[in-house]
Design a protein around this ligand. Structure first.
Ligand SMILES: NC(=O)c1ccc[n+]([C@@H]2O[C@H](COP(=O)([O-])OP(=O)(O)OC[C@H]3O[C@@H](n4cnc5c(N)ncnc54)[C@H](OP(=O)(O)O)[C@@H]3O)[C@@H](O)[C@H]2O)c1
Length: 346
């Protein structure tokens, strides 16, 4: 078994990591770390477990340690669910100390030598790890997964790349869990919509260009697509929904898009967290919906629906589970791919 630690284990994403790792066939949860507020407490006390999956007794009794206490971290890989401002320095320190860091945080995502990976979309970008190690002269490495809204949209754009995507407009309806447990006060979000999420639009407009870019001469050449995003917080617990308009170089009909989604081949071997269907097409007019569709494929399936013509191209709806496919599940899938490729070993 490969020893896995979780940094930020008590938060909304951290709990999802624990849910995925506590019974994982390849990883063994070896360390749970959070801030000094939680350090020294049993995990079940440090975090009020808020998921429907029961917490294993052994895990519930594990003592949480301070993230800064690196010498006591016993792990082959650490999964980071730290706030981005904290993650920047902490993840650097862990990589310098020789750990493989699989991060959810945005702190290092856009650095030239840091892979920003969705396994079904750009697994070849993991080649940046060797370049990163050489350049930074460290034994560890940092590998990141995209922002939660970016993942859903980019998975849907990938099969359509061969039509020549020119321009994308997207409006998001994002769940409250995306802001973390203490993120949005209930008095602000109930009976309401908040048309602003700090930093989100910039992430959605830039991260897909790197992910859909090509690795050439040891660097990523960004995809040449113009993306404009408008991001909104809505009173949904889990599951981000996105309305997407795409303009192409080619003349494209809804049936062409449907065919590309149906025949999408990600080329991956079987991995424990890889869902049977990475993309699920819904044909009912009123789908996908967060309550009905966010848990498909254990939360790892991205749903698409309402594929139709728009004035200059095609429009459709995308939905995915933000703390699973958009965060912890994405990171665990990256780690499984790295194990499969021999990058992570026990
Ligand atoms: N929620 C999502 O849907 C989502 C999706 C994609 C990416 N992300 C990213 O994932 C990360 C975690 O998000 P979240 O929603 O899980 O946040 P959260 O619920 O606020 O949890 C934050 C975690 O970080 C720990 N922490 C906070 N300050 C710390 C410090 N100074 N030193 C050490 N540990 C500290 C907390 O520990 P204590 O409990 O001890 O305070 C807690 O475990 C963020 O970078 C976020 O942008 C979130």
């Amino acid at each position: 078994m490969i020893k896995a630690g979780v940094l930020g284990a008590t938060g909304a994403v951290g709990q999802r990591f624990v849910e995925f790792l506590q019974n994982h066939p390849w990883f063994e949860l070896s360390t749970l770390a959070a801030s000094e507020r939680s350090a020294g407490k049993p995990y079940a006390e440090a975090t009020k477990w808020r998921l429907s999956t029961p917490l294993n007794r052994e895990v519930s009794e594990m003592e949480v340690i301070n993230v800064m206490d690196i010498k006591n971290i016993d792990a082959d890989i650490v999964f980071s669910a730290l706030p981005s401002d904290v993650a920047y320095a902490v993840e650097l320190k862990y990589a310098e100390e020789g750990f493989v860091v699989a991060s959810n945080a945005s702190a290092h995502r856009m650095e030239d030598d840091v892979p920003l990976v969705i396994p079904e979309v750009n697994k070849e970008h993991l080649e940046l790890i060797d370049i990163q190690k050489d350049k930074r002269k460290w034994n560890g490495c940092i590998v990141t997964n995209p922002n939660c809204s970016t993942i859903m949209m980019t998975m849907a754009l990938k099969p359509l790349m061969r039509f020549g995507i020119r321009r994308v407009y997207v409006a998001t309806m994002q769940a409250v869990s995306g802001a973390g447990y203490t993120g949005v006060p209930s008095m602000a979000i109930l009976d309401n919509i908040i048309p602003f999420i700090a930093g989100e639009e910039r992430k959605m407009e830039t991260e897909p260009l790197k992910i859909l870019g090509e690795l050439e001469n040891e660097r990523i050449v960004n995809a040449n697509i113009s993306i404009s995003a408008s991001c909104h917080r809505v009173p949904v617990l889990d599951g981000h929904t996105e309305a997407i308009w795409v303009e192409f170089d080619d003349v494209v009909e809804p049936d062409d898009v449907m065919e590309k989604f149906e025949s999408f081949d990600h080329g991956l071997q079987d991995l424990p967290t890889l869902p049977e269907n990475s993309i699920m097409i819904h044909k009912d007019e009123d789908r996908p919906q967060p309550r009905l569709d966010r848990d498909l494929g254990r939360g790892m399936t991205v749903s698409v629906g309402r594929i139709r013509k728009s004035e200059n191209g095609i429009k459709f709806i995308v939905l995915g589970h933000n703390t699973v496919r958009g965060a912890a599940g994405a990171s665990v899938l990256n780690a499984e791919l790295m194990v499969d490729m021999g990058i992570v070993k026990s």
